[in-house]
Write a protein that binds this ligand. Structure first.
Ligand SMILES: [Ca+2]
Ligand SMILES: [Ca+2]
Length: 297
């Protein structure tokens, strides 16, 4: 059919015109863009859209109306919306990342401050440890000194105890009983009561002592100084042999110890001797006098 051939030629001319229009746009475009690609896609769509027209030879569309780029305009709007959405997403994600980064930075700052505090605390503890170690060392040194001193003190106490025991033993030996007086390693007892010579002698014996006997001028002078004006029996008599005066220890009585004119054996009854503030005198043994007991240390 000629009509079909004519319409078919018209479709061919329409395709040729559109391709020429696209080629001009490509030539006029400074560079290939995504939009151009879309146009190419549109071109294909156009071709596709033309094909049904080939199948419908009755369609009569003017050549000038077909090149309208409606699909390209829609694609550009859709791309712009996508770009806006992308920008919005990019801005939103950037804001989120900024917020997260700010929060992380704040946390990092807090952690850094905590770490700094921990380091400071650790340093303080280390310093305190050093001080404590020094104090402990001083304490150990002091403890050792105290232990050494304690050992020395224990040794001193032991030595002191031994010395004290030794001294006490000596003091006990050299100490006279109560109411006794010490002189030249001897103890003397001066009686407050009076008795005859024999009772006086027994009294001294009951005290593990004896009537005092004189061994030196110093002893006689000492006893005289203690009795004052009173008279005291001593351990001397001539009861065994008249005129032979002896001390109770068996020694003869020294002549120089007698008072002047003594012993005179007055009334032929003076067989016992006593001491006065003027040396020795013989008197009757039944006379009642004070007496002096003597105990050797
Ligand atoms: Ca006589
Ligand atoms: Ca006489």
């Amino acid at each position: 059919m000629e009509g079909s051939d004519v319409y078919g030629n018209m479709g061919f001319h329409q395709q040729t015109g559109r391709r020429a229009l696209v080629d001009r746009r490509r030539i006029q475009a400074p560079a290939k863009t995504a939009v151009d690609d879309e146009e190419e896609v549109d071109y294909a769509n156009i071709e596709d859209s033309v094909e049904p027209e080939e199948k419908t030879p009755n369609s009569k569309k003017p050549l000038a109306e077909e090149p309208k780029p409606q699909a390209a305009t829609k694609s550009n709007a859709c791309g712009a919306k996508s770009i806006v959405v992308l920008y919005i997403l990019l801005i939103g994600s950037s804001a989120v990342w900024m917020a997260l980064f700010s929060r992380a930075f704040a946390k990092y700052s807090e952690i850094a401050a905590v770490l700094q505090d921990l380091r400071t605390t650790q340093k303080i503890l280390q310093d305190n440890d050093s001080e404590i170690a020094a104090v402990l060392q001083d304490l150990r040194t002091t403890q050792k000194i105290l232990q050494d001193n304690d050992s020395q003190l224990s040794a001193l106490v032991t030595s002191f105890g031994n010395d004290m025991s030794h001294l006490i033993s000596k003091v006990c030996i050299k100490t006279c009983p109560c109411e006794w007086i010490s002189f030249n390693e001897a103890c003397y007892y001066f009686s407050k009561e009076r008795a005859d010579w024999h009772k006086a002698k027994e009294s001294c014996n009951s005290k593990n002592a004896s009537l005092a006997v004189i061994s030196s001028d110093q002893e006689l002078d000492y006893l005289k100084s203690r009795i004052g004006s009173t008279h005291h029996w001593l351990g001397l008599s001539d009861s065994e042999t008249e005129g032979s005066w002896k001390w109770l220890d068996g020694r003869l009585v020294e002549t120089r110890f007698w008072n002047s004119g003594e012993p005179n054996n007055a009334a032929n009854n003076e067989d016992c001797g006593k001491v006065t503030n003027s040396k020795l005198n013989d008197v009757p043994c039944n006379s009642e006098e004070h007496w002096i007991c003597e105990m050797k240390l």
